[in-house]
Ligand binder design. Structure first.
Ligand code: NI
Length: 387
């Protein structure tokens, strides 16, 4: 049961929608034209309900199947990135400095393709909730949709999402049960010493030395404290201090990121960072304060739903084009919030060679759209079959 023929028939339409979205990218929660375009298409398809204005420009559309049954949620993100597109192409971004460099235009087009088919055929029981969310890129739009109550309001039982993946063979569908993507946190450290003449360090408390020792000690957490089989990253990406060669500054500032795939590891890292920052500063006669900001949680796939999604993927893409153990990556995704609210799975769809995600030359590979749309459709028809 490969790609659905009827969906292959509107491959060109999906391509047209995708390129329209690519040419007209919008950022964060300000997806007014994007949402209007999606709503227009959904109306044409004859979906049963459209609830817009959720988390500002997000929306949920409902398609009723034949007979009672649960509601399955399918999600696409719609926002672009603040990147200037480099190559000239017919569908090049018309919004200077804004670009669909993560393929969310493709995610939206694939879900629209699935919506059209599902509204036309209704070969399933219960309902489908099509979730189109804003602000995946750093704005936690997925969390905002969950907080707005979509899971309860639409009685969504399980949720599924896809992300395109350049560098993975075209058409390959891959995922894994458990952690797939990391939690992405950010930290700042404010160090206070005592400024003075660089020729008389004995009269000062040097915040530069405190910063350097903290940076080194932080690197022992991953190498000495985190289980080697587990995964974590601590990167100090910025140290600011001082003005010139003969003054010991009074303060220093540090910044960086922490990535983890397990909540327990994340909690342990934060506790160790607190101790290292505070105690090294104290030991050297100064003071330091850690400001830790939690970002997206890890994206953790639920085992049963992942197994089910993989089974459907094998039917759509073929056995040899599905893998159930792609390695977790340290990128992050706000679909994580939906997977905290409901069981489900997130899958990667390979798009072959080409520029990577968030690169100014990136362009979603339209060739995979029928695969993504067929996968969404079969997921629904298999999970909630008619009679
Ligand atoms: Ni993305």
């Amino acid at each position: 049961m490969p790609i659905i023929n009827r969906i292959a028939e509107f491959h060109d339409d999906m391509k047209t929608w995708r390129r329209h979205l690519h040419a007209n990218p919008e950022l964060g929660y300000e997806l007014h034209e994007t949402a209007a375009f999606v709503i227009e298409r959904l109306r044409e398809f004859g979906v049963d309900e459209i609830h817009d204005g959720i988390a500002e420009t997000g929306l949920v559309a409902i398609i009723n199947g034949r007979g009672d049954g649960p509601t399955i949620g399918l999600r696409a993100d719609m926002d672009a990135l603040p990147i200037t597109e480099i190559p000239d192409r017919p569908h090049k971004s018309r919004n200077q400095g804004v670009m669909h460099a993560c393929g969310h235009d493709g995610h939206t087009a694939m879900l629209l393709g699935a919506a059209r088919y599902l509204a036309e055929t209704r070969n399933f029981k219960g309902r489908v909730a099509l979730i189109f969310q804003p602000a995946e890129e750093g704005g936690a739009g997925g969390e905002a949709m969950v907080k707005a109550g979509i899971m309860d309001d639409f009685a969504i039982k399980q949720v599924f999402g896809i992300h395109n993946f350049p560098g993975m063979p075209e058409g390959l569908i891959g995922t894994r049960p458990g952690p797939l993507l990391a939690a992405a946190d950010e930290f700042q450290i404010d160090i206070t010493g005592k400024g003075g003449h660089a020729a008389m360090p004995n009269t000062s408390v040097d915040p530069v030395m405190i910063a350097v020792q903290i940076a080194q000690a932080l690197q022992t957490i991953v190498s000495r404290n985190v289980d080697p089989i587990d995964s974590a990253v601590i990167s100090v990406t910025r140290i600011d201090a001082g003005t010139t060669h003969n003054i010991i500054p009074g303060t220093a500032f540090m910044q960086g990121t922490v990535r983890t795939v397990r909540k327990e590891t994340q909690a342990d890292i934060v506790a160790r960072m607190e101790r290292i920052v505070t105690n090294i500063a104290t030991a050297l006669g100064g003071e330091a304060k850690l400001n830790y900001h939690y970002g997206y949680p890890p994206t953790v796939n639920h085992p049963a739903e992942t197994e089910f999604a993989l089974k459907v993927a094998r039917e759509v893409a073929g056995e040899q084009l599905v893998t159930d153990d792609i390695p977790p990556t340290m990128g992050a995704e706000d679909f994580a919030y939906m997977l905290e609210a409901r069981p489900g799975a997130f899958l990667c769809l390979g798009t072959g060679e080409g520029a990577g995600l968030h690169h100014p030359e990136f362009d979603f590979n339209d060739e995979v759209s029928p695969i993504g749309a067929s996968f969404f459709v079969r997921l629904v028809e298999t999970a909630q079959p008619v009679g």
